[in-house]
Design a protein around this ligand. Structure first.
Ligand code: NI
Length: 154
């Protein structure tokens, strides 16, 4: 397990489209382990593989409900929308509001190769949409409604 370097906004890798995973091998499992380590070390709630320079469709998320490892995730259902504050480990020091679905359902495979379905509402729905955007080269800064950097929240 190791902590990897997180690419920052401005790095072209973050703007590329990631390719689907075709084989769950040792290398991929190491990537998943390292991504979780990197996310926790950075005190984040989600991390996508392109953020550590790997253009594969892999994300890890933990909004305080346990670690989710999603390989080739796809949003299959969304419902509602709401605006809330977001940040991104690739855009440190900045916070802004973004509109996201209130609820979403994602299908993916786990590290055992099993098809899984994750239903998220609120923060989890937001994290899922944010991380999946990374796989298509989209950053939340593309969707900002209002920059609230430096403002106290809650
Ligand atoms: Ni992000």
């Amino acid at each position: 397990m190791a902590i990897r370097r997180i690419l920052r906004e401005g790095d072209e890798t973050l703007r590329k489209t990631s390719r689907p995973v075709t084989e769950i091998d040792k290398r991929l499992k190491t990537l998943l382990d390292d991504m979780a380590d990197t996310m926790y070390a950075a005190d984040g709630v989600g991390l996508a593989a392109p953020q550590v320079g790997v253009l594969r469709r892999v994300v890890v998320i933990d909004v305080g409900e346990g670690l989710l490892e999603l390989i080739n995730p796809e949003i299959v259902e969304t419902e509602g929308s709401y605006v809330d504050v977001e940040g991104c480990l690739s855009v440190p020091g900045r916070r802004a509001t973004v509109e996201r679905p209130e609820r979403c359902v994602v299908q993916a495979i786990n590290r055992k190769g099993q098809l899984i379905e994750v239903e998220g509402t609120g923060l989890l729905a937001r994290a899922l949409c944010h991380e999946l955007d990374h796989l298509d080269g989209v950053l939340y800064v593309d969707k900002i409604i209002e920059d609230v950097t430096g403002r106290e929240d809650e």
